[in-house]
Design a protein around this ligand. Structure first.
Ligand SMILES: [Ca+2]
Ligand SMILES: [Ca+2]
Ligand SMILES: [Ca+2]
Ligand SMILES: [Ca+2]
Length: 359
């Protein structure tokens, strides 16, 4: 296999910690909002409902994904480049193929994992999800989610908590022009509460061993004063660690990058009560405050708990040190996403985050 065969095998194992997960696109757009053209006004190359509307309609990949399905073979070496994605800064000049995804009801949880089996060159896979909308159309402008954390033949994957039922389109694409690959796509549906740790699930049940001794709560490993280190693998929203913040403060410890071809983020969930203020400050991996002499090349992003909405643009001080400062917050569960400040940076960066919550 590709890079890091051990780690990548681990990613697909139920019994081993799963690694290298994704990632919501930062540039996700909901049609009809943010000045985008409403769905019904969008031009589309074809109105036919089904798979592969974005390219070859005669392709045999016609059966929509409606249930967990593994080892779906997708060969883009014979496909054309029909989609230039409009999803943040991600570019997809390579050949692409699509599968329809039928989501039965809102809040369904899916996990998609793309593996490169054979490639003629450094394919730089890009895995994404297009929202079909009311017309069930496959349209590149309806980018909802994207995983492009890896270069060469690194494996992309992401968790998807569906905001609505209906038809979606899973795109298998490439960041390298004229470079396709033989891919294997796996579509998982982790089920929390069945006592079995599924693929793309950090833990399930009472077995604290899966969380390094920390509690498992609602299939999330807890990070607290007693267990302040991140619990790998927490690089998808569904695998986020749960921050348990007693007495209003916690300093968590983690690291991202350094795995070669991929730089997946770290995710954490935290609960805020009504009108509380939240402050997060970066420190180096050894606990020094981030400043001009001790830079920490990371970005902090606070999102809605499903990873769909960024609360605001990322903030940083004059030294480039990322921080989060929110006052009088609305009660709820929030998601903290930590990424490299430079998306192309794949180096290992250790960090601490000092978190203060005040009434
Ligand atoms: Ca493409
Ligand atoms: Ca990629
Ligand atoms: Ca489970
Ligand atoms: Ca990490």
């Amino acid at each position: 296999m590709r890079t890091l065969p051990f780690l990548l095998l681990a990613a697909c194992s139920v019994s081993d910690p799963s690694i290298l997960d994704p990632l919501r696109g930062d540039g996700g757009v909901t049609p009809g909002e943010d000045g985008e053209v409403p769905m019904e006004d969008m031009a589309t190359p074809d109105d036919t409902v089904g798979a592969n509307l974005c390219n070859d309609l005669d392709d045999p990949l016609s059966a929509p994904i409606a249930a967990p399905r593994e080892q779906i073979v997708i060969d883009t070496r014979t496909a054309t480049d029909s989609v230039q994605l409009e999803c943040g800064s991600v570019t997809t000049p390579g050949p692409d193929r699509f599968l329809a995804l039928e989501v039965g009801s809102p809040q369904e949880i899916w996990h998609f994992h793309l593996i490169v089996k054979e490639a003629d060159g450094p394919v730089n896979p890009v895995l994404y999800l297009l929202q079909g909308g009311s017309q069930d159309r496959c349209d590149a402008r309806n980018c909802f989610q994207v995983s492009d954390s890896c270069v060469e033949s690194g494996e992309e994957h992401f968790a998807f908590i569906a905001p609505t039922g209906g038809t979606w389109f899973v795109g298998v694409d490439s960041g390298a022009a004229d470079t396709g690959a033989l891919f294997e796509l796996n579509a998982y549906r982790p089920v929390c509460g069945d006592g079995v740790r599924d693929h793309a699930e950090s833990c399930d049940g009472e077995d604290d061993a899966l969380c390094g001794g920390a509690p498992c709560v609602d299939c999330h490993c807890v990070v607290n004063d007693a267990f302040p280190s991140e619990k790998a693998f927490n690089d998808t929203i569904h695998e986020a660690n749960l921050l348990e913040i007693d007495d209003g403060d916690l300093t968590l410890t983690g690291a991202i990058g350094g795995t070669g071809r991929c730089n997946f983020p770290d995710y954490y969930l935290l609960e805020i009560e009504d009108q509380q203020d939240l402050e997060m400050r970066l420190r180096t991996g050894t606990g020094l405050p981030c400043d001009a002499d001790h830079p920490v090349g990371l970005q902090l992003q606070l999102q809605s708990k499903d990873g769909i909405t960024d609360l605001r643009a990322p903030q940083a001080d004059a030294n480039g040190c990322a921080f989060i400062l929110e006052e009088d917050m609305t009660a709820g569960i929030y998601l903290l996403k930590i990424t490299h400040a430079d998306p192309a940076d794949r180096s290992s960066i250790g960090y601490q985050v000092a978190i203060d919550i005040t009434p």
